[in-house]
Design a protein around this ligand. Structure first.
Ligand SMILES: [Zn+2]
Length: 97
C-alpha cells in the first residue's frame, strides 16, 4: 500500500515536468506551505538520473531514482558532489509505504 502523502509528492513531479506551474506556487503536501524545490542529478548526456524534491520550510521530501530529466530543467552531474551538497539540503525522505 502506498501512503497518501507519498502519492501527493509523486503528483508534484508531474507539475515540475510540465513546467506550467512555478514551483513557488506549489504547496507542500506535508506542511501546506509554499517552499517546494527540486533538483535533478544524473548523466548529462542521457539525462537519466535521480530527482530530489523537498520542501524548504519543513525539510521533507522524496528521492526518485531512475528518472529522466526533461530538457528544460537544470541538472547536476553525478560527480559534482560539492555542488549537490550546496544545492540540496538534508531532508527527511518520505517513503512509499
Ligand atoms: Zn513542507
Amino acid at each position: 500500500m502506498i501512503n497518501s502523502h507519498f502519492k501527493d509528492w509523486i503528483k508534484l513531479t508531474t507539475i515540475i515536468t510540465n513546467n506550467n506551474t512555478k514551483r513557488h506556487e506549489i504547496e507542500c503536501p506535508n506542511c501546506q506551505k509554499r517552499g517546494i524545490d527540486y533538483q535533478y542529478v544524473g548523466d548529462m548526456k542521457s539525462r537519466v538520473g535521480f530527482l530530489d524534491i523537498w520542501c524548504d520550510v519543513c525539510l521533507h521530501g522524496i528521492h526518485l531514482s531512475r528518472t529522466k530529466a526533461p530538457e528544460h530543467v537544470s541538472m547536476i552531474p553525478f560527480d559534482a558532489a560539492k555542488e549537490y551538497k550546496e544545492r540540496v539540503p538534508r531532508f527527511t525522505h518520505i517513503e512509499p509505504s
